[in-house]
Design a protein around this ligand. Structure first.
Ligand SMILES: O=P(O)(O)OC[C@H]1O[C@H](O[C@H]2O[C@H](CO)[C@@H](O)[C@H](O)[C@H]2O)[C@H](O)[C@@H](O)[C@@H]1O
Length: 269
């Protein structure tokens, strides 16, 4: 059996440039962007993360361009996403991996059930006990769950924390949504994902073409809902298996891509 050779980096870059050119010419476009690891380099303190200045400038230019929508699609709670994106009140934000939605000034109520509230309380207790017992870990409280951060630990210690977090969460519920991110393990009582968020954005903006870029395994839910045959573009940032049809190396490469796209979109006929 003969295997189809993988495209070379040059062939991939040419294919992405061609796809971006076609995307820039579409009537109504939506850029849906993951935040951490895509626009913003990783830092030890989550609230200190900021998009690279080149990306921020390109996104501001895109937002000023007619029929062009920019949205942030993140695992962060909306309250945190608002701070790190420095978004204005008209911004389109999807937080908590698709659970929280803020389209401009329209907020969204989560309407947690009594059972969900009770599960959240117990989950918070057992995970807080865990992080209290392991120096260097930190509990991030989210509207529908919790994230255990372990970026400051050695690899084997981090793996041990993840194992213990699974065990602790299992004592509370066997129906939690679990997400294994970059130096964070998250447990949630709601199962929406970034794909749901992108579909809501697509409907809200009536975009003909959607570009989504993300670096983490949780972004695969976003790539899954893209319609490549209609001109959508999925870009995986960094290494790892992916459903996305294109790949960029890091946040700097994303910034360069956004800068080119902003220019192409602004100068379209
Ligand atoms: O979906 P994203 O926008 O990529 O958000 C994923 C998680 O991002 C944040 O944690 C990550 O970034 C931190 C700041 O660089 C870093 O310290 C941490 O190790 C990373 O896991 C955020 O705190 C989480 O809530 C998000 O789920």
């Amino acid at each position: 059996m003969t295997e189809t050779p993988l495209p070379t980096p040059t062939e991939s870059a040419i294919a992405l440039a061609a796809a971006l050119k076609q995307f820039a010419a579409a009537d109504r476009v939506l850029l849906a962007l993951d935040f951490d690891g895509t626009l913003a380099p990783f830092v030890d303190k989550p609230k200190s993360a900021r998009a690279l200045p080149e990306s921020k400038a390109a996104l501001e230019k895109l937002e000023r361009t007619p029929d062009t929508w920019v949205a942030y699609v993140s695992g962060r709670p909306l309250s945190s996403l608002e701070i790190v994106t420095e978004a204005d009140e008209d911004a389109l934000l999807i937080g908590s991996h698709g659970v929280e939605v803020r389209f401009g000034r329209d907020g969204v109520s989560l309407d947690l059930s009594d059972e969900e509230r009770s599960t959240l309380t117990r989950l918070g207790e057992v995970l807080q006990q865990l992080v209290d017992s392991v120096p260097g870990t930190r509990l991030e409280v989210k509207p529908v769950g919790f994230g255990v951060h372990y970026r400051l630990l050695e690899e084997t210690d981090g793996a041990d924390v993840v194992r213990r977090a699974y065990e602790a969460a299992a004592t509370v519920s066997d129906s939690l949504t679990i997400r294994d991110g970059k130096d964070i393990i998250e447990f949630s009582v709601r199962g929406a994902d970034k794909g749901d968020g992108i579909e809501r954005l697509r409907e809200y903006t009536a975009a003909n073409a959607v570009l989504f870029a993300g670096d983490d395994v949780t972004d695969e839910d976003g790539f899954r809902v893209l319609r490549v045959e209609s001109g959508d573009i999925g870009i995986k940032v960094g290494d790892g298996e992916t459903l996305a049809q294109f790949r960029l190396a890091d946040e700097k490469a994303v910034a360069a891509m956004l800068t080119l796209l902003a220019e192409a979109r602004a100068s379209r006929a």
